[in-house]
Design a protein around this ligand. Sequence first.
Ligand SMILES: O=P(O)(O)OC[C@H]1O[C@H](O)[C@H](O)[C@@H](O)[C@@H]1O
Length: 619
Amino acid sequence: MEAMSGKIVENVSVSQCYQLSRKFDTHYQRDNFAPFLRNMLPFQRGKLAWTAIPSMQLRNFSKYQSSFVNRRTVHCNAAPSTAAVPNLDKVDFLKLQNGSDIRGVAVAGVEGEPLNLTEPVSEAIAAGFAAWLLEKKKADGSRRLSISVGHDSRISAKKLEDAISRGIAGAGLDVVQYGLASTPAMFNSTVTEDDAFLCPVDGSIMITASHLPYNRNGFKFFTNAGGLGKADIKNILERAADIYNKFTAEGLTSSKGKALASVKRVDYMNVYTSDLVKAVRKAAGNIEKPLEGFHIVVDAGNGAGGFFAAKVLEPLGAVTSGSQFLEPDGMFPNHIPNPEDKTAMKAITQAVLDNKADLGIIFDTDVDRSAAVDSTGLEFNRNRLIALMSAIVLEEHPGTTIVTDSVTSDGLTTFIEKKLGGKHHRFKRGYKNVIDEAIRLNSVGEESHLAIETSGHGALKENHWLDDGAYLMVKILNKIASARASGLTGGSKVLTGLLEGLQEPAFSVELRLKINQSHQDLKGGSFRDYGEAVLKHLENYIDSNPKLQKAPVNYEGVRVSGYGGWFLLRLSLHDPVLPLNIEAPSNNDAVLLGNVVRAALKEFSALDTSALDKFVQAS
Ligand SMILES: O=P(O)(O)OC[C@H]1O[C@H](O)[C@H](O)[C@@H](O)[C@@H]1O
């Protein structure tokens, strides 16, 4: 980070090696460059490692040398043209929308996954966001708007950062690059008041595809009003499609020039992490090192969350030895950075036990999700994390409503309502859905301070309703630090104690049933229509069975109680899939529930029920 310590590094060069002529080769660097980027990401191993990429590349990677040299020569000799660039790939921009995010394939080489998030596409999307922002902020030209750009550890991060920077600069806005960053930090940069760090920015873009495989990437967008929603993303993609179709060689060259001349670089993660440190110190009664004596291990899964050990826990006095996978590595060689993933949770649990640590903390790739592990190896993820956060929030705000996703346990409702005295509002899956619902409840007079999903996304009212995995962990640290300050010992036992009385199902499973989109039964209709028809049929089927009861209040899919447990069948937010969650007091009861669903769905031949068949037959 030394190279960043002067806060602002002026006019960072946007790597020229990517700036090859789009006119002559639209398939430029996409295939060739990505595998090497992991060695060049800025801040790799804590240093600003990226300098003079073109020469490095040409020297080191002779396999690609001739094509790079040729293309550069072509570019230099290319005459500017005002005609639209003729041979850019045709792209269906709207297909890149994934709820309130943009997601696509940014690295070639995986069979059946063609590239669709190329650099020109990303440049157009950034220009689309810039145009959207100018309109939103009613900019009148008296002040240049600025956009911060950050990324996670993915191998395509750098090339997309450059493309995004060109798109913004080409639209006449200022670009402030943060390098490796977390998604929540990017939102924070729109509300931080600090001229020295060029804050607040007017808008922000995070380049990330969360826990998805290495070849994917995507974008999340923020303003000071929070994360953009579905309608805004659609609007941006429509603008981007239009911009893309009108790209000219001259325009692209000009954007490149503007980016080269104007991009600034700031070490914003320093600001963000010192705010987290301040929050814990304050909660512990302004003690400088409230975590002194605690041993806390962090598992960042080689995503962007490695900062939490050195920049948050250590300044607070914690020992972090035994922390693992803190180095950014976009091939994710150790485990998927995802607190919902069993292997990932096993890895952090093992690290806690091996190091005899008081607490373990794990993040997803871009740090908007997290989970923890106590000193005995008990996992605080999924329903338990929600229960823990509810206990903490309800101590501060008695009676408040906790908004959760739809796949939460019945035992969690009992815990929140009977033990903690709060109200459980079980809503839909999707972090944006739960956050927006909590905001809506407040607006109609129902107080809510926490919106949280079993996925590990959680947002607090006190933190601008931002889903920030690091902030969730700060709330947990506050709890152990203030317990220590008031003389209680026992490390994470204070957290485990908060879960006393939480009933957990003996058996729980999620089975994902795929809809075959090319099956004739879809009759050319969408998988959503087909999925809705399946759900309608299931609902009618349940009505005719007196042993089963439909949940009286339900916002998503079909949730049914019976045999001492429950199941929920719903449509996935993104995929042609009907996820089926079952929780029951025993495996047998879960099979009885599974058989109900199987019998109800047997006529839907476009639905692949093999996962369910296997489950009921194996048991
Ligand atoms: O509907 P599903 O396919 O289970 O996916 C649902 C999940 O998708 C993404 O991972 C979102 O970030 C989560 O907020 C959401 O809960």
